[in-house]
Design a protein around this ligand. Structure first.
Ligand SMILES: [Zn+2]
Length: 297
């Protein structure tokens, strides 16, 4: 099995799920545009995106947006006494309209999940390009009513040194798995965990409790901080491309490591893959790829 065929197969399922820096970019972009504006109308394009029924979505029509914030990878549009919690899953994103289309929305056709109309004439969509519709919107009195928000661990950009040390010390799981566990530390997904481990020169399969927490946390802050800085002034339509451009190993199977010149390798799972540099991270050794092994038998 050649490396190039593994790489081309990987492309099909290397989804760039929005992570902390991308959602942070949305918070910055929307914060200066929609806070103080009023919702005039909401359109649903995909019924399954709305996870709550009480209060009804119409309850936000006429309300002033009082804030925009983020918990981990979730975006929160705030009203006085209500939170609209938007989660993007693998293929969801936000589309901004300087002039929001006012025509009727065709239900169940295309990527549109929810369209929000603002009094200013602008608006935005929560959309999802994938065939699996996993993006979600919940209208709640308090964000803590959303299990994923209530159960989110400390934010990856603000977790304290001792908190992070305790997270690692308490787990024998692979460090890659721990970094992506939103209940332990929130905001990091598949792409940035690959980038963080590459910068830290750690194998994704290293047991968490053997990792130098202080050094790794410094790398987390560096990688996410740099990504936030690169994305923060961009409109939503440009964020994903800019993210991709900034990645050094994730999604780059078969390419050359910019640090050591080795060929970037991957491990594939049923629905995703991770990338790493054998030269920087695993002493030149290839990690076992169970899916590839199975195909070779
Ligand atoms: Zn390398």
């Amino acid at each position: 099995m050649s490396g190039s065929s593994a790489g081309s197969r990987a492309k099909a399922h290397t989804g760039l799920m929005p992570e902390l820096p991308e959602v942070d970019a949305l918070v910055h972009f929307l914060g200066s545009r929609i806070v103080g504006d009023f919702i005039t109308r909401t359109d649903i394009g995909e019924l399954s995106i709305l996870k709550t029924a009480d209060p009804p979505l119409e309850a936000i029509s006429g309300l002033e947006i009082s804030g925009v914030s983020r918990v981990g990878k979730a975006l929160i549009i705030e009203f006085d006494g209500l939170d609209l919690v938007c989660r993007f899953a693998r293929a969801g994103w936000l589309i901004w309209h300087e002039q929001v289309p006012t025509g009727p929305v065709r239900m169940g056709k295309g990527p549109l999940g929810l369209r929000i109309h603002l009094a200013s004439g602008a608006g935005f969509d929560i959309s999802e390009a994938g065939t699996k519709k996993n993006a979600s919107v919940a209208l709640v009195h308090d964000r803590a009513e959303v299990a994923a928000v209530a159960g989110a661990g400390p934010d990856a950009l603000s977790i304290e040194d001792d908190q992070f040390a305790a997270v690692l010390k308490g787990s024998t799981a692979r460090i890659k798995t721990v970094l992506e566990d939103q209940s332990l530390i929130s905001g990091i997904g598949n792409a940035y965990s690959d980038e963080i481990l590459h910068t830290a020169k750690l194998s994704p399969f290293a047991p968490a409790n053997g990792v130098d927490a202080e050094a790794l946390l410094e790398v987390i802050r560096g990688v996410l901080g740099a990504a936030c800085e690169a994305l923060n002034d961009l409109p939503p339509a440009k964020v994903k491309t800019a993210k991709k451009r900034g990645l050094r190993v994730h999604g780059r199977t078969g390419q050359t490591c910019p640090v050591c010149g080795s060929t970037i390798a991957e491990v594939s799972y049923a629905d995703k893959s991770l990338q790493y540099c054998p030269g920087c991270q695993t002493g030149g050794k290839k990690l076992s790829d169970r899916r590839m092994d199975r195909l070779l038998k």
